[in-house]
Write a protein that binds this ligand. Structure first.
Ligand code: GUN
Length: 286
């Protein structure tokens, strides 16, 4: 048996088409949704991510503003940019690309963003809303994983879901979203003992640890649905390739459905960012 491939590109295209249609409705009312993206420093991967976010925004009719600041920019200068964007009523969404340079306190910057414009869902007000079961703006990658899971399984109620990884960006909000969808949720991390044992009982596995090929066939219950958030570059036989946290080739014959890397979760993250920008614009305009 071979697992069904979960096509993140096709799912993302569906979300983007929905968003584009809704953006057109807002524009007909004289509202043009706008997303500001702030990038500090010269991390090459971040530059690629930001370029893709801006391109995708323009494709769905969302106006984009880019702020590219040098690696030596002070925290105060970044906070000033954020304050200006908070005060600008024509800007609906603000995203500060992470990681920030080491001399800038990430939490301080993220907490400075107006929660109503926090399209990443990282502000404690939005994190609190999610954990108390009244989600408004939810983090894009976990929200994208939820779309893929619902497309694949329909109702998730009663499923045992295991999240591997406990980051603020993916693991923790993923667990909260699965709990809100009535799953029984376990979270595994670097200190978990025999993680493959608990993982091997899961109906749903979401891998988000950033450890290439960590999860092999012995971690997966036959028929489980596997969502791989990892994007890791490895060198193999003198060649570089992208792999997930899941050993795709090993797990393919065991799972019932699995996301490939690339082409699985990745495209969904940007699609959900556009979705959040639309939600933020709608909320700001009543
Ligand atoms: N860096 C890696 N993932 C993300 C994300 O989802 N949002 C932001 N702002 N930065 C990131």
């Amino acid at each position: 048996m071979s697992a069904q491939l979960i096509d993140g590109k096709a799912a993302a295209a569906r979300v983007l088409a929905e968003v584009a249609a809704e953006v057109a409705v807002l524009k007909a009312r004289g509202i043009e949704p706008a997303l500001a993206v702030v990038l500090v420093g010269d991390d090459p991967a971040s530059h690629v991510y930001v370029r893709n976010k801006v391109l995708r925004a323009n494709e769905v009719g969302i106006r984009s503003l880019e702020y590219r600041l040098g690696a030596n920019t002070s925290a105060e200068a970044v906070l000033e940019v954020v304050a200006g964007l908070n005060a600008d009523a024509s800007v609906n969404g603000i995203l500060v690309q992470l990681p920030l340079p080491a001399h800038i306190d990430e939490t301080r910057v993220l907490q400075a963003i107006d929660p109503a414009k926090d399209v990443d869902g990282f502000h404690s007000e939005n994190v609190g809303g999610l954990s108390q079961g009244r989600p408004v703006l939810t983090p894009c990658t976990p929200a994208g994983c939820m779309r893929l899971l619902r497309d694949t399984l329909g109702d998730l109620s009663g499923k045992h879901a295991v999240v591997v990884g406990r980051s603020n960006i993916v693991g923790k909000p993923m667990a909260a979203l699965l709990l809100a969808a009535n799953c029984s949720v376990s979270v595994l991390h670097s200190r978990s003992v025999k993680p493959e044992k608990l993982c091997g009982q899961a109906d749903i596995v979401v891998a988000a640890v950033g450890r290439p090929l960590l999860i092999g066939a012995d971690w997966i219950k036959p028929g489980a649905v596997v969502i791989d958030v990892g994007i890791n570059r490895i060198e193999e036989n003198g060649r570089s390739r992208l792999v997930g946290d899941v050993d795709f080739d090993a797990v393919l014959p065991v799972a019932s459905a699995i996301t490939p890397v690339p082409g699985g979760v990745g495209p969904m993250t940007i699609a959900m960012l556009m979705h959040n920008t639309l939600l933020a614009a709608r909320q700001q305009h009543g």
